[in-house]
Design a protein around this ligand. Structure first.
Ligand code: PMP
Ligand code: GLN
Length: 383
């Protein structure tokens, strides 16, 4: 049958994360590709979910999210970033950060607008911009530090520029934006009346004593931003797909107009459980940087005798590695070969670009048990 479909996303295939995880499973490879832990979330958190499942918390929560979870988020934002946000009018719980990002873009960007993204970019941004009918404008981040070149941003801004999407700590590079970066973003956003989507899902995964510069620390910037986070990363439960968006009331109102017709709500017992756990275990957040820095260091130290070249990741649970001393293959072919022939799955970097550079880089995920990381590193050192 020919339905004469004119795809709205003609260049989009199945995400690389699904493709590489499936290949890893097919070949029995150690899966350092898609970002998810091979350990469970805290037992006390799971216990609370079971409690709420068994005690009748199984119907729709409020559209904006369970209030006590929004209150716990407000308390966290105050404690971490010194910002006062209203649980009623400025916080929305969403089924994953992905939905929050999608709704924020959909709520603001429209046909004729331009939205600035930075390459390499997380793969969900551009499809959201395209479906909103707006034009993505992709600016490169230069290796090895992947800092934003603000002069390029200034040069790219036109009267049509409506939105900028930033991501810090940054997937896939591990780069972390500085206070100077945030001040520059604030200045430009104010001058050109831009709306910002700040993807901060790795907000608690920053290393070497560096401070996460949340947009929420900068009042004039926060006043025009959607700040998005994900409980999946913070509590080792990516499959629970629960995140949130903090935005001023005016922006939150627009976000909710979309959110209520995309998913309407997130899952009830999970929200109650997260609220309890946030209240009873505030120390969990303080322990995360050390927990992941140790894993990064274990992995990178184990790779010291390999032919991979590495600049230690500054945040997230991802590590880029340059394989140019090992193979001439393009990165996608290299990642497939590594998975099929050598038993370690990784993500090729080129998929995060509009125009991929000629670099030879793959992304390894280190949110894995120490034995998993050691076993993978042993195979990688043998290359
Ligand atoms: N943004 C980035 C940069 C991510 O790495 C992820 C991880 N999957 C997401 C958003 C989506 O998070 P969630 O699973 O909560 O939708
Ligand atoms: N964010 C995860 C990663 O970068 C994957 C999320 C997904 O599979 N969509 O690996």
């Amino acid at each position: 049958m020919n339905l004469h479909l004119n795809s709205k996303l003609p260049h989009v295939g199945t995400t690389i994360f699904t493709v590489m995880s499936a290949l890893a499973a097919e070949y029995g490879a150690i899966n350092l590709s898609q970002g998810f832990p091979d350990y469970d979330g805290p037992a006390a958190l799971k216990e609370r979910v079971k409690h709420y499942l068994d005690h009748g918390f199984n119907q729709y929560p409020p559209m904006a999210g369970v209030l006590k979870l929004r209150e716990a988020i407000a308390a966290k934002v105050q404690r971490c970033y010194g910002a006062s946000v209203s649980p009623e009018s400025e916080i929305t719980v969403t089924p994953g950060a992905t939905e929050a990002i999608y709704c924020a873009v959909m709520a603001i960007a429209r046909s004729g607008d331009e939205v600035i993204l930075f390459d390499p970019a997380y793969d969900s941004y551009e499809p959201a911009v395209t479906l909103a009918g707006a034009q993505p404008v992709r600016l490169p981040l230069a290796p090895p530090h992947y800092r934003i070149d603000w002069q390029r941003v200034v040069d790219a801004i036109t009267p049509r520029t409506r939105m900028v999407i930033v991501n810090s700590p940054h997937n896939p590079t591990g780069a972390v934006m500085s206070r100077a970066d945030l001040l520059e973003l604030e200045r430009l956003a104010e001058r050109h009346n831009l709306i910002v989507v700040a993807d901060e899902v790795y907000e608690h995964l920053v290393f070497d004593g560096v401070r996460h510069e949340s947009v929420l620390r900068f009042p004039a910037l926060a006043a025009r931003s959607f700040v998005v986070s994900s409980f999946g990363k913070t509590y080792h439960v990516t499959g629970w797909k629960t995140g949130y968006c903090v935005a001023p009331a005016e922006l939150t109102q627009e976000l909710r107009r979309v959110h209520q017709f995309v998913t309407f709500v997130g899952i009830t017992p999970i929200q109650h459980a997260l609220a309890d756990f946030m209240q009873t275990h505030p120390e969990h957040l303080d322990e995360l940087p050390g927990f992941y820095q140790r894993k990064r260091d274990l992995f990178n130290t184990a790779l010291r005798d390999s032919k991979f070249k590495i600049h230690a990741s500054r945040g997230t649970f991802f590590q880029l590695a340059d394989y140019s001393a090992i193979s001439e293959l393009p990165d996608r072919a290299f990642a497939e070969w590594l998975t099929k022939e050598k038993g370690v799955a990784a993500i090729p970097l080129s998929v995060f670009y509009e125009t991929p550079p000629k670099s030879r880089l793959v992304r390894f995920c280190f949110c894995k048990e120490d034995e998993t990381l050691r076993a993978a590193a042993a195979r990688l050192c043998a290359l």
